[in-house]
Design a protein around this ligand. Structure first.
Ligand SMILES: Cc1ncc(COP(=O)(O)O)c(C=O)c1O
Length: 392
């Protein structure tokens, strides 16, 4: 049986997959089982920060596999300690908890905020977490609850209580929710990724920070998709020049292996004690060794490269017939098109360019160091397909 037939026969039918099986990759290029070459503008959904087959990452992971691939969290481990140190040094956070995915990182943040409120009030009266409409925070039952889209609140109930949704960019709405509920935190994506690549406004983020300060709430930045250089800053909240209390991150941090991290700032530094949270694989030495190699290379030059590449894409696409708007920051861009976004992605794939969608937009998340020639070739094809779709 060929790859696609086996995949369609045996995997749970939970993804709207393209009819492509990728078998090899190098940089931003990938090849399918027939040897057809693609430029991938999706990076495994913001995971392959430095493209496929990044040599330094591979070396870091494989040499750690040779040393000790897994130990339990009952023992100390150099890669996890080093990664946590780096994350704290680069963000000013104080402590890190490692899990295996974005959803888990967010679960950790919610547990943290609720325990902090419990410690303060002595009960669960302040357990509500405010998130935003159009947000996305993951697929566990609690994170589906946290996600502010009705579409995700079907089939799997009963859902976890304790989440309410403020309208994005509406500080009055958030103020109302704070006054109506016993709250412990606000959790938001600075750029709503799955929601269509929609950045929050500067004024709103400033207002949320103020509200959190006034009411002793934790401000949690969900940087699962936006983090690790994607927005042109190491974490996207850094574009807003406002501190946050907790940062959750995943995807790109692992460079291709599963990781989730909850970075805890000083307002919640001492909330967790032994037994309060855990994960068998969290902090896995091989995964963390790879992540150290990724994080330590996302320096100012790489971030400048992200902003430069972003400008190239925007310059090339601005004014394109059939393109109504470009949203996002850095190498996390959303394209509002007249044609059908999914169909445009399919016709791009036929021409050797892989792109993603988010809601009704085309979403671009290329590797941070994508070769400029590859980028221009791919964006040219994308532009032609946007125009073609608008005319048809
Ligand atoms: C902002 C955000 N949070 C959380 C998640 C969930 O991450 P994971 O799929 O690693 O659980 C995602 C995934 O797309 C995301 O974009």
């Amino acid at each position: 049986m060929d790859i696609i037939s086996a995949s369609k026969s045996y995997l749970a039918d939970t993804y709207n997959r393209f009819n492509i099986a990728l078998v090899k990759g190098k940089g931003a290029r990938a090849w399918d089982e027939n040897g057809k070459e693609y430029v991938d503008l999706g990076s495994g959904i913001a995971v392959n920060v430095f493209g496929y087959g990044d040599e330094e990452w591979k070396k870091a992971v494989t040499s750690q596999l040779d040393m000790i691939p897994h130990t339990s969290n009952l023992y100390h481990s150099a890669p996890a300690a080093e990664l946590a140190r780096l994350l704290c040094e680069k963000t000013g956070m104080k402590r890190v908890f490692f899990g295996n995915s974005g959803a888990e990182a967010n679960e950790c943040a919610v547990k943290l905020a609720r325990k902090r409120a419990f410690d303060k009030y002595g009960d669960e009266s302040h357990s509500t977490v405010i998130t935003l409409t159009n947000s996305f925070h993951g697929r566990t039952i609690a994170m589906l609850s946290a996600t502010g889209q009705d579409h995700f609140h079907r089939y799997f109930g009963p859902f976890t209580p304790g989440f309410v949704y403020a309208e994005a960019d509406n500080i009055k709405d958030m103020r109302r929710l704070v006054s109506e509920h016993g709250c412990c935190a606000v959790m938001l994506e600075m750029i709503q990724g799955e929601g269509g690549v929609m950045p929050l406004s500067y004024g709103f983020v400033k207002g949320v920070r103020q509200l959190c300060d006034e009411n002793d709430l934790l401000l949690i930045a969900d940087e699962v998709q936006t983090g690790n250089g994607r927005s042109g800053r190491l974490y996207s909240y850094m574009n807003f020049e406002r501190p946050v209390d907790v940062v959750t991150t995943a995807k790109g941090l692992g460079g291709g292996l599963p990781i989730g991290a909850c970075l805890i700032g000083e307002r919640a530094e001492h909330v967790f004690g032994p037994g309060d949270h855990g994960s068998t694989f969290g902090g896995n030495p091989a995964v963390c060794a790879g992540a150290v190699s990724i994080l330590s290379r996302i320096d100012d030059a790489v971030l400048q490269g992200v902003r430069d590449r972003s400008a190239i894409i925007i310059d090339m696409l601005n004014g394109t017939e059939g393109l109504e708007a470009i949203s996002g920051m850095g190498l996390m861009l959303g394209l509002k098109v007249i044609g059908n976004a999914r169909r445009i992605c399919e016709s791009c794939a036929e021409r050797g360019v892989l792109a993603l969608t988010a809601k009704d937009r085309i979403r671009l998340l290329p590797p941070l160091n994508i070769d400029i020639g590859d980028l221009k070739t791919a964006v040219c094809i994308l532009r032609e397909e946007i125009i073609r779709a608008a005319r048809s």
